[in-house]
Write a protein that binds this ligand. Structure first.
Ligand code: 5GP
Ligand code: MN
Length: 339
């Protein structure tokens, strides 16, 4: 974002506007925390602000201040379309292409409202009027903090804003352990703690929300469903719809499962495949130089970051597993490389 861009945005925000904040489908804590954090900030300046998500999100995010006002496009299409039509300004947070919002992306794509993208995924699209993209940032929430600083708004960051942003940074940085965790991450977090965040409280709200069924599903998954391919430094998990049903699956229950295979010593590449109603959803994680973003884009119509990406498959779960395994030999050299 150039100084000229910032001046233009300051000028736009200097009088009350109709603002819509959007984020990717199946919002995670970074997507929702960035959206609500920015929403609370903008509301301090007389703007009319709505957060619209493409669909619902897990219950462990319902504690976030402002959750009750969030509009779910999937269940409130008419309302959402009317609000988007009336918008002067649309923020696009934590996604790089409109396709990440599926049908709601088409609605946003058709409007003439000015669009500001703030994101940390690779290959940001050219549709927005203003782009604040940093693929090295731990999270979009960290970039929202920077954006607020750029607007000289740091003094307006209250506990509600700080809790939303902290949740995004904490989760997207893997609780401050991924390589994207930098001095900048900790600088921002220290400011958020000064604004009143209690790390133990936020951690508990997000991670200590399990049902017994989820714990049992995790046990079943690790005991019966983990496949390990030592010759490729790769491990994977696949879960059928029947298995999810058996353990009374709630949205978000498989969140984080993809990290378990990666904790096997030597494993550099892990995959999680979940059978959905009419597609298979894939999550990928890696350590070191193996780019799962590239892998997901090339083979599973997806994308993301170098070490965390996702995609989808329109063939059966069994066929998807077979396809995944058959792809490994061509990456053998890359996967066996040190680092
Ligand atoms: P997760 O595995 O946690 O769902 O997603 C990991 C990363 O990959 C996230 O940054 C997410 O935005 C990205 N991602 C997940 N699924 C998709 C997808 O279908 N398409 C694209 N382009 N990115 C995805
Ligand atoms: Mn993110």
């Amino acid at each position: 974002m150039s100084p000229a861009d910032i001046s233009k945005i300051e000028e736009i925000l200097s009088s009350p506007k109709n603002i819509v904040i959007t984020t990717h489908r199946s919002p995670d804590a970074d997507a929702l925390g960035s959206s609500l954090g920015l929403c609370h900030f903008l509301k301090k300046f007389e703007h009319h602000v709505n957060v619209i998500t493409p669909n619902s999100y897990p219950e462990f995010l319902h504690w976030m201040p402002g959750h009750k006002e969030v509009i779910n496009y999937e269940t409130q299409k008419k309302v959402a379309k009317a609000i988007v039509k009336n918008a002067d300004l649309i923020f696009c947070l934590d996604y790089n292409i409109l396709k990440r919002m599926e049908e709601f992306g088409e609605v946003v794509g058709k409007t003439t409202a000015l669009k500001i993208l703030i994101d940390h995924h690779q290959q940001p699209d050219s549709f927005p009027d203003f782009i604040l993209s940093d693929v090295t940032a731990s999270s979009t929430a960290q970039l929202i903090f920077n954006f607020i600083e750029t607007l000289k708004g740091e003094k307006y960051i209250d506990k509600d804003i700080a809790e939303c942003l902290y949740a995004g940074i904490m989760t997207d940085s893997g609780n401050f352990r991924f390589s994207t965790t930098t001095t900048e991450t900790h600088r921002v977090v220290s400011k958020l703690l000064e604004a009143g965040v209690r790390p133990d409280k936020i951690y508990t709200l997000i991670f200590d929300d399990n049902t017994q069924e989820r714990m049992n599903l995790l046990g079943h998954t690790l005991l019966n469903k983990l496949k390990y391919f030592p010759e490729f430094h790769t491990s994977m998990i696949s879960l059928t719809r029947d298995e999810l049903k058996q353990f009374r699956y709630r949205q978000g229950d498989t969140e984080g499962f993809v990290n378990y295979p990666l904790s096997i010593k030597g494993v550099k590449f892990s995959a999680l495949m979940i059978e959905k109603k009419d597609l298979v959803k894939l999550s990928f994680r890696s350590k070191g130089n193996f780019s799962v973003n590239k892998f997901a884009r090339l083979h599973f119509s997806g994308g993301g970051h170098d070490n965390a990406a996702g995609g989808e498959s329109r063939i059966s779960l069994d066929e998807t597993v077979t396809k995944f395994i058959s792809l490994l030999p061509q990456y053998k050299e890359e996967l066996l490389k040190e680092k």
